[in-house]
Design a binder for this molecule. Structure first.
Ligand code: IPM
Ligand code: MN
Length: 318
């Protein structure tokens, strides 16, 4: 069966690392069909929307999306919305899986992807002197993310850390914790610990090898996954999968569009290539996924995107 993949390079180095990942996928000789689509700040400047309806339509009819990175402005730009946040929400891609591996470290951050402080409920009052963000936590979203994490832990080393800040955020983290513990109760085979997010950051920095699966809410997961990446070769080696109940799922490197090095041909393509390996896992091509992973972890970045990609392609080609 042919799988359709929508390829969205986006802005900056997304334009360099995503074609590299596609090159690696091509080399595997699998029945994959690629369709190109556009999104990002460049698209917004050209056509007035960061995520054109044609792109959304392409994604909707595909099995998987390979997404690069987009440049999001720090301040509000009328009409601009982050396309990756929109795609996660549109396709209800609730589980963001972010593996980090190096040496004795082999962990997976499972980040809730649809709510929390990313709910988009922010407002300014008091004549511009007070800004308020609403943090939405639901029992439903907490249930499914903790369940996804338990299932991941079962396939790995059977260890799970439930990370929250329920001592302060008694209602929101309190609900996440309560629902999480109930789900975990259905998995008596797992070794579970509960950590406050600040302690989790400390322990991650001190002894990352102790972690297997970490499950947490949206913003905490965003931050802890960057920390985990920093401990395992940096953002150049950090892939992610955004998965929902069905198709499509979205795969993207954790790094951003890196405008400072864009266009020079020096970007490290390995995070994008490792994201393509997660995409292969999702499509059921686990042998090929493992081949890509082995080649990628064994290949140092040469400093040139094309040369690193070529080295990996040579390793994986049948
Ligand atoms: C990530 C990124 C995104 C996020 C940004 C670009 C909206 O930092 O995928 O981690 O915060 O989720
Ligand atoms: Mn991030």
């Amino acid at each position: 069966m042919t799988h359709t993949i929508t390829v969205i390079p986006g802005d900056g180095i997304g334009q360099e690392v995503i074609p590299a990942a596609v090159e690696v996928l091509h080399a595997l000789d699998l029945p994959l069909r690629f369709q190109q689509a556009e999104a990002g700040f460049g698209t917004f400047e050209r056509v007035g929307t960061a995520l054109p309806p044609e792109t959304l339509a392409c994604c909707a009819e595909s099995d998987a999306i390979l997404f690069g990175a987009t440049s999001s402005p720090m301040t509000k730009v009328a009409g601009y919305h982050s396309p990756v946040l929109a795609l996660r929400r549109h396709f209800d891609l609730f589980a963001n899986l972010r593996p980090a591996r190096e040496g004795a470290i082999d962990l997976l951050v499972v980040r809730e992807n649809t709510e929390g402080l990313y709910s988009g409920r922010e407002r300014v009052t008091d004549g511009g002197t007070t800004a308020i963000a609403e943090r939405v936590i639901t029992a439903g979203a907490s249930e499914r993310i903790v369940r996804a994490a338990c299932e991941q832990a079962r396939q790995r080393r059977g260890k799970l850390a439930l990370v929250h800040k329920a001592n302060v955020l008694k209602e929101t983290c309190g609900l996440f914790r309560q629902v999480g513990l109930a789900v975990i109760g259905e998995y008596p085979d797992l070794e579970v610990e509960e950590l406050l997010v600040d302690t989790a950051a400390l322990k991650l920095a001190q002894d990352p090898g102790r972690f297997d699966v970490i499950v947490t809410t949206n913003l905490f997961g965003d931050i802890l996954s960057d920390l985990a990446a920093g401990l395992t070769g940096g953002l150049g080696m950090a892939p992610s999968a955004n998965i929902g109940a069905g198709h499509p799922a979205l795969f993207e490197p954790v790094h951003g569009s890196a405008p400072d090095i864009a266009g020079q041909g020096v970007a490290d393509p390995r995070a994008a290539i490792l994201s393509a390996a997660l995409l292969l896992d999702f499509l059921g091509c686990s042998a090929e996924a493992e081949r890509v992973r082995q080649a990628t972890y064994a290949t140092p970045h040469t400093g040139r995107t094309a040369a690193t990609t070529r080295a990996i392609v040579q390793e994986v080609a049948p």
